[in-house]
Design a protein around this ligand. Structure first.
Ligand code: G6P
Length: 483
């Protein structure tokens, strides 16, 4: 049985909110359902979350929920006529005092006063994901005066970035704080923070989650130029998070598309090296918003992220608002499985020359080296309370499936995002301790993942159902009587 290693995050939206569609997305391979708090009402998100839980349970699958905070995206206000066409060479002003509904050919309002303080003559402002470019000529008390250097149609609410980054907006807005409590209420497994500048933004988000009694893991979206300005900045942000997202939309605008691919590879490898998760996002199957088949370039993009060992690839508009949400998940699943056959993804030199810090980390890594290097091993089984042991295991490249066995539903949801890890419900305290190995292997046999004669490697601790205690690994032969 081929188990896909690279996981799929699919954004739910108007195109994918019925029970039927969500069920079909799960069948197609959605591992994580992303709810984008930039769009929709709290009640719409509640309903989608409820349907994901209901359909996953009906299908016996573990699917995580990820809430994606809107963050401080800086946007222009509105035009009287809905939009204007700007020509190269036109003068155009962004004003904090102009009425928010009355933008015109010369000026548009903006409700972010700090923009005036953040801009200098000579800066380049990128609107609508870089489709329109303005050069700052001068900065007044309440406005930024610009010349259009790349024109086009500019409509209401389009986003603003500065080339090179450096706009000072704080990462967590009042709306984000409300959405964090919504994520807590819906017991989401993951919360993604938009536009974090540094570790302090992530620490604040974590405190807000704790205040709301949420167990969610935090994903830092890497989308500001300053987050990748140097390795220390990137490492600091990774360190403060449980995982990161390569959010290629805004990141590409701020650092330029030429830098993007190299930075994507750097982020993936540094996250994995620091024992963190990584999601590759934005426009992966963009043409599938309108077409049932991806382009060759999109196939190549998804396959390359899988070959680089991303934990997950992500769909945004394709599944939220496109015509072919199910086909997009199917295409991603197919392309990932194809890429994973490539032999470079089956051997690892991960952390070979480092010392380890913890016993459980040591056992997890030792188990993976043994599994990778001993012929005949068909699977790795890890008993886990929090997901930590399978997380460490899945940082190592391998062609073997890792089965995370846990009695904890939130943990099983979380591991759904981990590369190469399959979630299985299993409670070792339901049985005599001398039976645990046998019953764990029996579960895999029942599910058809192993056969008599296979070797499996199993890790656990001396005490059941308590985190951090993993201290043993055992080689077990399927079909023999196990103790
Ligand atoms: C389960 C097992 C324990 C093991 C623990 C590791 O609870 O029963 O024997 O020590 O998982 O959990 P962790 O959260 O550290 O992966």
């Amino acid at each position: 049985m081929t188990l896909r290693r690279t996981k799929i995050v699919a954004t739910l939206g108007p195109a994918s909110s019925t029970a039927e569609c969500i069920g079909a997305l799960i069948d197609a391979g959605m591992n994580v359902a992303r709810l984008n708090f930039s769009h929709g009402t709290a009640n719409e998100h509640r309903e989608r979350a409820r349907l994901v839980r209901e359909m996953a349970q009906a299908k016996g699958k573990h699917v995580a929920l990820m809430g994606d905070l809107q963050g401080p995206k800086i946007r222009i206000a509105r035009f009287s006529e809905g939009g204007v066409t700007l020509e190269r060479g036109d003068n155009f002003r962004l004003s904090t005092s102009h009425p928010l509904d009355e933008g015109n050919q010369d000026v548009v309002g903006i409700d972010y006063p700090a923009l005036v303080g953040d801009c200098r003559a000579g800066d380049e402002l990128l609107l609508d994901d870089g489709r329109i470019v303005l050069r700052v000529d001068s900065v007044g008390r309440d406005e930024v005066r610009c010349t259009v250097t790349a024109g086009g149609y500019l409509s209401n609410h389009k986003g603003i970035n500065r080339r090179g980054g450096g706009l000072s907006a704080a990462a967590l807005t009042d709306k984000d704080r409300m959405d964090i409590s919504l994520a807590a209420e819906l017991e989401m497994e993951y919360v993604a923070v938009s536009f974090p500048r540094d570790a302090a933004d992530m620490h604040l988000a974590r405190k807000l989650l704790e205040d709301n009694a949420s167990q969610a893991w935090l994903i830092a979206k890497i989308e500001r130029a300053e987050a990748v300005a140097d390795e220390a900045a990137l490492d600091g942000l990774i360190e403060a998070s449980d995982g990161v997202m390569v959010a290629r939309g805004d990141l590409g605008v701020e650092i330029g598309d030429a830098e993007l691919v190299g930075i994507q590879k750097l982020i993936i490898s540094r996250a994995r090296r620091q024992n963190k998760l990584v999601i590759t996002a934005t426009q992966m199957m963009e043409s599938m918003i309108n077409s049932p088949l991806p382009t060759r370039a999109e196939v190549s993009d998804v396959a390359n992220a899988a070959l680089d060992n991303t934990d997950a690839v992500m769909l945004s508009g394709e599944s939220a608002a496109g015509k072919y949400p199910i086909e997009a998940v199917q295409a991603m699943a197919r392309v990932c499985v194809g890429a994973e056959k490539h032999p470079t993804s089956t051997r690892s030199g991960h952390r070979l020359h480092q010392t380890f810090e913890r016993f459980d980390e040591t056992v997890a890594l030792a188990a993976m080296y043994a599994a990778n290097h001993l012929p005949g091993v068909a699977a790795v089984i890890t008993l886990t309370e929090s997901g930590y042991t399978p997380l460490i295991m899945s940082r190592i490249r391998s062609h073997l499936p890792i089965f995370a066995l846990s009695p904890n539903t939130p943990t099983l949801g979380k591991v759904a995002l981990f590369r190469g890890v399959q979630a299985i419900h299993f409670n070792p305290t339901d049985m005599p301790s001398t039976d645990v190995n046998q019953q764990a292997v029996n579960r895999l046999l029942e599910l058809g993942y192993v056969m008599d004669g296979d070797w499996v490697i199993l890790t656990k601790g001396d005490v059941y159902n308590s985190r951090g205690g993993t201290n043993s690994m055992k080689l077990l032969k399927v079909g023999e009587r196990l103790v």
